[in-house]
Design a protein around this ligand. Structure first.
Ligand SMILES: Nc1ncnc2c1ncn2[C@@H]1O[C@H](COP(=O)(O)OP(=O)(O)OP(=O)(O)O)[C@@H](O)[C@H]1O
Ligand code: SF4
Ligand SMILES: [Mg+2]
Length: 397
C-alpha cells in the first residue's frame, strides 16, 4: 500500500475528492426512497478508502451521484468536489471530461464495461486516445504495457483477445487497465471482486494495488465484504441505511469499532477459535426500507443494545477519539473494548461435525453501564445514559 500518515490532518492540496452532506432520493410510486442521507467524506491524494455496508445501504448510489451517472429522476443535494471543482450539476459533456480521465470507475461486472465485438487491446488503446494526443501505435504499445501492469501473462498476445476469450478475473483486470489508461487521480471500484472466487479476487485486488502504484491514484473500494478491505484500505467508512455510521482507520474499525453495526460486521466474518470451532456472531434481521424510515436509529430493530432514546433520535456521526475515528451511536462510549460476542449472540460451528450451537451474548446490564465486559450473567441489556455530544467535529477527516 502507498504510505499515508493517517494521524496528520489533511491540508487542502491533499484532498482530491470531497463529498459534503450528499443526499440522493428517488421519487417512486410508493413515495420517496431516501437512498443517501447526508454522506460526508474526504479522499486524500493516493489513499485507499474502503466503503463497506450491506446490500441497499447506498454505497453505489453515492458514487454514481458524484460521477453523474444516476437517472434524471434522482434528486441530489449537497456537494462533491474533485480538486475543489464542483461535480454535481455539471452537464454530460462536462462530466465526460472528468469520467475516465480524472476519475475512473470500475464496476462489478466487467462484461458491462467491455464491448464484446472489439479486441481488448483496441478498447484499452481507445481509452488512451480519447484523452491523449498520441499516435495509434503509441496507444497500442501503452495497452500492452498496461495489460502487463495488471498482471495479465503474455500481454503482447493477450491484447489480441476478445473479452469472451478471457476469464472473469482477466476481464476485470482489463477493466482496471482501461481505468488507469489516463493516469486518473481517483479510481472508484464498486464491488470489483464480488462475482469472482477467492483466488481470482486476490489477483484482481493485486491489480488494483498495481494500478494505484503506477498512477498514484486514490482509490475508493466499495464492498459488502470487510475481509476484502482489510489489506487494501487505509481508512474505512461503514454505511447503513444511506448514512455513514462509522469511519476511521482500518485499525479503528477492526480493533476498536464503536458502533454495534460495525461490531456485528466483524462478528459475521468467519474465523476458527482455539478449540477448532468456527465462531460467528451474525447480525439477525435485515436493513430497513428506505421508504418512510421511522424516526430514531435505523439499526435499532437489529441492535441488542437499543434503548429508549434510540427510538426517538437518530444518532449523529461524532468523533470518538479526538482523531479521525467517528461513530453514529448514542452509546458508542460504552462499546470501547467490546468484542462482537459481548453484544451479539455467538453461533459456534464445530468444523469437524458441522454441529451448530447458538449462545446468548454474555453481557450484563451492569457491565454495559460501567463499560466492563468480564463475564457475568446473560442479558441483551439496554444501556443507561446515552453519551453526550462531544464538542468537536463530527464526520470525517
Ligand atoms: N433508480 C432508482 N430508483 C429507486 N430506488 C433506487 C434507484 N437506485 C437505487 N435505489 C435504491 O437506493 C438504495 C441504495 O441502493 P445502492 O445501489 O446504492 O445500494 P448498495 O449499497 O450499492 O447495494 P449493493 O451492495 O446491493 O450493491 C436501495 O434501496 C435501492 O433500491
Ligand atoms: S445502541 Fe441505539 S444508537 Fe447505538 S446502534 Fe444500537 S440502536 Fe443505534
Ligand atoms: Mg452497489
Amino acid at each position: 500500500m502507498i504510505g499515508i500518515d493517517l494521524n496528520r490532518r489533511p491540508i487542502a492540496e491533499d484532498i482530491v475528492l470531497e463529498v459534503d452532506n450528499l443526499t440522493v432520493s428517488f421519487p417512486t410510486e410508493d413515495g420517496l426512497v431516501k437512498a443517501v442521507r447526508g454522506v460526508t467524506y474526504q479522499l486524500r491524494r493516493g489513499e485507499s478508502l474502503g466503503i463497506v455496508g450491506e446490500s441497499g445501504s447506498g454505497k453505489s448510489v453515492t458514487s454514481l451521484a458524484l460521477m453523474g451517472l444516476l437517472p434524471r429522476s434522482a434528486r441530489i443535494t449537497g456537494s462533491a468536489r474533485f480538486r475543489g471543482e464542483e461535480l454535481l450539476g455539471k452537464s454530460d459533456a462536462e462530466m465526460s471530461k472528468v469520467r475516465g480521465n480524472k476519475v475512473a470507475m470500475i464496476f462489478q461486472d466487467p462484461l458491462t464495461s467491455l464491448n464484446p465485438v472489439y479486441k481488448v487491446g483496441k478498447q484499452i488503446a481507445e481509452a488512451v486516445l480519447v484523452h491523449n494526443d498520441v499516435s495509434k501505435k503509441d496507444a497500442w504499445d501503452r495497452a500492452v504495457e498496461l495489460l502487463g501492469i495488471v498482471g495479465i501473462p503474455n500481454p503482447e498476445q493477450r491484447v489480441h483477445s476478445y473479452p469472451h476469450e478471457m476469464s472473469g478475473g482477466m476481464r476485470q483486470r482489463v477493466v482496471i487497465a482501461i481505468a488507469m489508461a489516463n493516469n486518473p487521480d481517483v479510481m472508484i471500484a464498486d464491488e470489483p471482486t464480488t462475482a469472482l472466487d477467492v483466488t481470482v479476487q486476490a489477483q484482481v485486488l493485486e491489480a488494483l494495488e498495481a494500478a494505484r502504484a503506477e498512477t498514484g491514484a486514490a482509490l475508493v473500494l466499495i464492498t459488502h465484504d470487510l475481509g476484502v478491505i482489510a489489506g487494501h484500505a487505509d481508512r474505512i467508512c461503514v454505511m447503513y441505511a444511506g448514512k455513514l455510521v462509522e469511519s476511521g482507520t482500518v485499525d479503528d474499525i477492526f480493533y476498536a469499532p464503536r458502533m454495534p453495526y460495525a461490531l456485528g460486521l466483524l462478528g459475521s466474518m468467519p474465523r476458527i477459535d482455539e478449540s477448532g470451532r468456527e465462531r460467528l456472531t451474525p447480525i439477525v434481521g435485515s436493513p430497513p426500507s428506505l421508504l418512510n424510515l421511522p424516526p430514531g436509529c435505523p439499526f435499532r430493530p437489529r441492535c441488542p443494545l437499543a434503548h429508549e432514546i434510540c427510538e426517538q433520535e437518530e444518532p449523529e456521526l461524532l468523533n470518538v477519539n479526538g482523531s479521525g475515528h467517528s461513530a453514529a451511536c448514542h452509546f458508542s462510549d460504552r462499546l470501547e473494548g467490546m468484542k462482537p460476542g459481548d453484544v451479539f449472540a455467538v453461533t459456534s460451528i464445530d468444523v469437524d461435525t458441522s454441529e451448530v450451537t447458538v449462545a446468548e451474548t454474555e453481557l450484563s446490564e451492569a457491565e454495559l453501564v460501567d463499560g466492563s465486559v468480564d463475564g457475568g450473567p446473560t442479558s441483551h441489556a439496554p444501556l443507561a445514559e446515552p453519551r453526550t455530544t462531544e464538542p468537536g467535529r463530527e464526520g470525517l477527516q
